[in-house]
Design a protein around this ligand. Structure first.
Ligand code: XBP
Ligand code: MG
Length: 256
C-alpha cells in the first residue's frame, strides 16, 4: 500500500523548543515561591519528574512521593493543585513573552517547507493551549497559530501521554489515517503515545531524553538540522544523505 504524506503532527515541549528546563521548570518554581512553599525543582529533579506528563499530574506525583510528610492543604487537593498550576501557567506565559525561547534547529525551516508543499500541520501536546499559542506567537511568528489546522492540547483528553488519546484527537480532527502522517516527538512518553495511535514517528532528542528507549521510531536524530548546522542520525535504517530533514526525506520514510 502506498502512503502519501499529508500532515505533520508536532509535539511541543522539547520538540518545537527546549521549553522544559528554563521554561516550565522555572515557572513551577516561581509558583511554589509565590505560595510560600519551600519546594524547588532542580534541573536533575525535574528530569526525573518529566516521567510524569502534565503539570498538574507532576505536582500531585511530587506531593505524594517527595513531600508526603508536608501538612496537607486545607482546601480540596485538586483545587489547590489547579490554583498552583494556574499561577505556574501565568509565570510561564510571561516568561515566553519577555524572553522568547528559541525554536530548535530546523523547526521553522521545515514548517515553512511543509506549508509550501501543502501539507497540513497539527499539534498534539500535553501542555495547555495558551502555552502553545504564546510559544508560537513569540518564538515563530505573530500569526503562526494559523499555520496549524489542528491544535490538540492539554486537558482536552482525560488520559495524557503516554496514552495515545491526544494523537487520536488530532487524527480525528485532521480526518486522516495515521499512515498519511508523521509525528514529531522528543521523549519516550511521547513516542509511546504516537505509536499507540499507529503514527510513524521521528524523534529529535534533547538533554533530558537522549538516554531514553526509542525503539519503534522511524528515525532518531539530535535535531532536524539546518543547511549550515547538520543533524546527526542516532538510530534508524535510512541513510541520511542530507544535512537536514526536508519534506522529500519525510516522504521517503513512509512505507511505499
Ligand atoms: C510535556 C509535558 C508538560 C509540560 C508542562 O509533555 O509533560 O506537562 O512539562 O505543561 P509533551 P503543563 O512534550 O510530551 O507534550 O504544566 O501545561 O501541563
Ligand atoms: Mg515533548
Amino acid at each position: 500500500m502506498t502512503s502519501t504524506l499529508q500532515a505533520l503532527i508536532w509535539d511541543v515541549d522539547g520538540t518545537l523548543a527546549e521549553t522544559e528546563r528554563d521554561g516550565h521548570r522555572a515557572a513551577f518554581n516561581a509558583a511554589f515561591a509565590e505560595l510560600g512553599l519551600p519546594w524547588r525543582w532542580s534541573e536533575a529533579r525535574y528530569g526525573e519528574l518529566l516521567a510524569v506528563t502534565g503539570g498538574k499530574e507532576r505536582i500531585l506525583f511530587y506531593l505524594e512521593n517527595h513531600r508526603s510528610q508536608d501538612p496537607k492543604p486545607a482546601s480540596n487537593l485538586n483545587q489547590f493543585i489547579a490554583e498552583m498550576h494556574r499561577k505556574k501557567t501565568d509565570y510561564y506565559n510571561h516568561l515566553l513573552e519577555e524572553n522568547p525561547i528559541p525554536l530548535r534547529p530546523g523547526i521553522k525551516r521545515l514548517l515553512l517547507e511543509a506549508r509550501q508543499h501543502h501539507l497540513q500541520l497539527a499539534i498534539a501536546t500535553t501542555t495547555n493551549l495558551i502555552n502553545v499559542e504564546t510559544l508560537l506567537k513569540h518564538s515563530l511568528s505573530p500569526t503562526a497559530i494559523q499555520w496549524f489546522s489542528v491544535i490538540s492540547a492539554g486537558d482536552i483528553v482525560s488520559a495524557k501521554k503516554p496514552a495515545p488519546d491526544i494523537y487520536f484527537h488530532a487524527l480525528q480532527a485532521l480526518n486522516l489515517s495515521p499512515a498519511n502522517c508523521i509525528a514529531f516527538e522528543d521523549s519516550y512518553n511521547g513516542l509511546q503515545a504516537a505509536l499507540g495511535a499507529q503514527l510513524p514517528t521521528l524523534i529529535t532528542v534533547n538533554d533530558y531524553t537522549r538516554h531514553e528507549d526509542f525503539t519503534g521510531a522511524l528515525l532518531v536524530l539530535d535535531h532536524l538540522g539546518e543547511p549550515d548546522h547538520p543533524c546527526q542520525k542516532l538510530a534508524g535504517p535510512t541513510p541520511l544523505n542530507s544535512n537536514c530533514v526536508e519534506v522529500n526525506l519525510l516522504r521517503s520514510l513512509l512505507p511505499q
